[in-house]
Design a protein around this ligand. Structure first.
Ligand code: IFM
Length: 442
């Protein structure tokens, strides 16, 4: 049996646009994902987050489900357009009230709230003014964050500024597969810089409150393995690591962008728009780092500038996302983070798997998901045994939900959601998690 430290924080995660629905209720403003998902051809089957899991109305039931499973911490995100429908200016009391009621419900069930301030639902009005490639957006984010800190500082002790700024910038502004659907590499690099700047500004605002709570950032980190021992493949993997991991880790923990990558970007006129003092702000000391891990990548040398890298096919079985199941990648990632960027407390803020689920006589026998979780928990425990200060683990996701450009086609939940009638059913993976959590108490 896997035995974790007693105080280890076991949780589950969701995100506002993926689960809430109620997109036009109680004064919520439009977000870039409302606009993007309604643009024909952008999301599979034309799905939108209009209703999603209806968590906005059903959160009491969902909190009860978590309590029943034995989950002790809930990572959710706050929708900026609920709090500031116009991006800035006057706050919307009904938006704040929704999260206040959610906090009450969590407290009543002994579940720790862990809100993320930005999980990709930028108010559309701010996108219309230039979005993340525009520096002002970072300051709007700071003001939004400061307002939320002030409103909930007495009831929230752990905050996450951003979820996966790599995805928000690169998928949204570079590759165009996420909202707002732009394909402009220099704009994506500017967006990444302003997301990081906004993170640092929010941390400054938080520290200014002299709050006793903790604050960190969540990064999606993908270990990049060279396809062979060949020097060219190794160099390509190093660049891939620079692009997806070090580009975010280095400024946050070392106050500098990786020098090798600045060179690569300068070649294509995509260097970030850094102003005096930005890196000092971005590297404001943090209380923890949130790690989202799903898989590794295998990389070889490629011809395409600027990165000259090519993704190679996986070696081991994949999930329905085509992501290779590779628990050792989590172990190595945690060890590396500790060695290269520590000491810093770590949390796995997302880990989980998408598989084809079938309901048979009211049950979902998702053995592959259970195995995925079990093997990744074991990898995390190995890291803890090696001295890595890993303090918590959040399964992605509590519920089947709106999986961005894949819509409702891809299910990550440990709880099955029937999107026709919103019925929730614990999958076998949730029942396994419940048993596992019960054993941790024993
Ligand atoms: O659903 C997403 C989540 O919003 C961010 N991290 C990865 C998950 C699975 O793709």
């Amino acid at each position: 049996m896997l035995r974790f430290p007693k105080e280890f924080q076991w949780g589950a995660a969701t995100a506002s646009y993926q689960v809430e629905g109620a997109v036009s209720e109680d004064g919520r403003g439009e977000s870039i994902w409302d606009r993007f998902s309604r643009t024909p051809g952008k999301v599979q089957n034309g799905d939108t987050g209009d209703t999603a899991c209806d968590h906005y109305h059903r959160f009491p039931e969902d909190v009860k489900l978590m309590a029943d499973i034995g989950i002790k911490a809930y990572r959710f995100s706050i929708a900026w357009p609920r709090i500031f429908p116009d991006g800035s200016g006057r706050a919307n009391p009904e938006g704040l009230d929704f999260y206040s009621r959610l906090l009450d419900e969590l407290q009543a069930h002994g579940i720790q709230p862990v809100p993320t301030l930005y999980h990709w639902d930028l108010p559309q009005v701010l996108e219309d003014k230039g979005g993340w490639p525009h520096r002002d957006t970072a300051y709007y984010f700071r003001d939004y964050a400061a307002h939320v800190f002030e409103a909930f500082r007495d009831r929230v002790s752990m905050w996450i500024t951003h979820n996966e700024p790599w995805c928000a910038s690169m998928l949204g502004y570079g590759f165009g597969v996420h909202a707002p659907g732009k394909q402009d590499f220099p704009a994506a690099m500017a967006a990444a810089h302003h997301l990081l700047l906004s993170h640092g500004l929010a941390v400054q605002a938080f520290r200014g409150l002299e709050s006793t709570g903790q604050i960190g950032i969540t990064l999606n980190l993908t270990p990049q393995y060279p396809a062979s021992d060949d020097a060219d493949d190794r160099a390509a993997a190093r660049r891939a690591d620079g692009f997806s991991n070090r580009w975010f880790l280095d400024p946050v923990f070392r106050g500098a962008y990786p020098q090798d990558m600045l060179g690569v970007l300068a070649e294509v006129q995509a260097a970030p728009p850094i102003e005096d003092d930005d890196l000092r702000v971005i590297s404001a000391p943090l209380d923890f780092l949130g790690v989202n891990y799903y898989s590794r990548a295998i990389v070889g040398h490629g011809d395409q500038p600027p990165l000259h890298m090519e993704m190679k096919p996986p070696v081991y079985p994949v999930t329905k996302m085509d992501w290779e199941v590779y628990p050792d990648g989590l172990y190595r990632l945690l060890m590396r983070l500790h060695e290269d960027y520590g000491p810093i407390p770590l949390y796995v803020t997302e880990n989980g798997a998408c598989y084809e689920d079938t309901m048979v006589s009211g049950r979902v026998h998702d053995q592959a998901r259970t195995q995925y979780l079990q093997s990744h928990f074991a990898a995390a425990l190995r890291a803890i045994e090696q001295g890595v200060p890993l303090q918590g683990y959040y399964v992605w996701s509590l519920l089947d939900n709106f999986e961005w450009a894949h819509g409702y086609e891809r299910r990550f939940g440990i709880v099955h959601v029937d999107f026709a009638d919103q019925k929730r059913t614990l999958k076998d993976s949730a029942l396994w998690y419940k048993k596992f959590l019960g054993q941790q108490l024993g």
